[in-house]
Design a protein around this ligand. Structure first.
Ligand code: PMV
Length: 298
C-alpha cells in the first residue's frame, strides 16, 4: 500500500468532565464531524505544522523501529475553535493511517494506548476520553487512561450544541482545578464523588432512553461544575435559556471556560430551545452523535 486515507470523528463530553482526570468515569459521544488524513510513503517527511502529527509520527517510528518517511495531508470538518476534538481526531487518524499504510492491523486498545500516549505527551494532561471517542465512535463510558472503555448500545441522543463564542484553554482550566484541589482537597473530592455517582446513574438513564432523568442528572452535573468554578457567565446564560425553553437538561461540555454547552431536548422543543440559545448569544452548531469511530476511507 503506498497511500491510505482514513477519518476519525470529533467528540462531545456528555457528563463527568474534570472528575474523569482523577479516576472517575465520564460519558462521551463521537460526533458526525470528521477529520480526514491521507498518508503515503515519501522520500522526505512532509505534513502541515502540528505538534500532534509530529509526535504521532515520532511515536509510531519508535514503536516499530523504523526510519521511513511519510507524506501526510489533513482535511477537516472540525473547526479547531469549537473544541470538538480536532487534536485527538488528527492523532488517531494519523496513527491509524500509518498502521494501515504499513500493513498493520492494530486492535482498538493497542491503537488507543499509542494515541493516548501521544496526546498526553503533547498536552501534559488528558484523561484520554477524546481519543476513545475518535477510535470507538458512538457513546463511550470511559475511565481515565482507558482503564475501562465501554461502547454503549445507544441509537441516538437528542442534543443541541451551542458554542459560546469563546475558545477555551483546556490545559489551564484543568490546572485551575488542580490548584483548587491543593487548597480545598476534601471539598473537591466530595464534588468528584458526587459527579461520579451522577455519571453512573446517567449511564443507566441513557441505556433506558430516559431523557427526563438524564436531563435532570445533567443539570446536577452543571451545578457541581459551577462549584468547581469552570463555568462562565455566557455558558450559564445559554444553559438557563435552554432549560427555560423546555430542554430536559443543559450543561457545559468539556473543560469549561468557554467552548460549548449541550442541551437534551425532545423533537417538539428542538426549535424553541435552539432559538433560546441563539437569543442568549450562542451559536447553535449542526452536529449530532456519530456511530462510527476511526475508519478507512479509501
Ligand atoms: O475541553 P475538552 O472538550 O477537551 O474537555 C476536557 C475534559 C477534561 O475532563 C477537563 C480533561 C480531560 O482530559 O478529561
Amino acid at each position: 500500500m503506498d497511500k491510505m486515507t482514513v477519518s476519525a470523528p470529533g467528540k462531545l463530553l456528555l457528563m463527568g468532565e474534570h472528575s474523569v482526570v482523577y479516576g472517575s468515569p465520564c460519558l462521551v459521544t463521537a460526533i458526525n464531524s470528521r477529520l480526514v488524513v491521507t498518508v503515503n510513503m515519501a522520500d522526505k517527511d512532509e505534513w502541515p505544522e502540528s505538534k500532534f502529527i509530529e509526535k504521532s509520527v515520532h511515536n509510531f517510528r519508535n514503536k516499530f523501529e523504523t526510519t521511513d518517511h511519510y507524506g501526510i495531508r489533513v482535511s477537516s470538518e472540525l473547526e479547531t475553535k469549537y473544541g470538538l476534538g480536532s487534536s485527538s481526531a488528527v492523532t488517531v487518524a494519523t496513527i491509524y493511517g500509518l498502521y494501515k499504510l504499513t500493513g498493520k492491523d492494530p486492535d482498538k486498545k493497542e491503537l488507543f494506548d499509542l494515541c493516548y500516549q501521544t496526546v498526553l505527551e503533547v498536552q501534559g494532561v488528558s484523561s484520554g476520553f477524546d481519543v476513545a471517542a475518535a477510535i470507538y465512535g458512538g457513546i463511550v463510558y470511559f475511565y481515565t487512561g482507558g482503564k475501562t472503555i465501554e461502547k454503549l448500545e445507544v441509537e441516538n441522543i437528542p442534543l443541541i450544541i451551542g458554542y459560546s463564542g469563546v475558545k477555551a484553554d483546556t490545559v489551564s482550566i484543568v490546572n485551575s482545578v488542580k490548584e483548587k484541589i491543593s487548597t480545598h482537597k476534601d471539598g473537591v473530592e466530595e464534588i468528584f464523588k458526587n459527579i461520579s455517582n451522577l455519571v453512573a446513574e446517567a449511564k443507566i438513564a441513557l441505556l433506558e432512553k430516559d431523557w427526563v432523568r438524564l436531563g435532570t442528572l445533567m443539570n446536577f452535573n452543571q451545578d457541581y461544575l459551577e462549584d468547581l468554578g469552570v463555568s462562565t457567565e455566557k455558558l450559564d446564560d445559554m444553559i438557563i435559556a435552554a432549560r427555560s425553553a423546555g430542554a430536559f437538561g443543559a450543561k457545559l461540555s468539556g473543560a469549561g471556560g468557554g467552548d460549548c454547552m449541550i442541551a437534551l431536548v425532545s423533537e417538539e422543543k428542538r426549535k424553541t430551545v435552539s432559538d433560546a440559545i441563539t437569543k442568549a448569544g450562542g451559536q447553535v452548531l449542526d452536529v449530532k452523535m456519530e456511530h462510527e469511530g476511526v475508519r478507512i476511507e479509501k
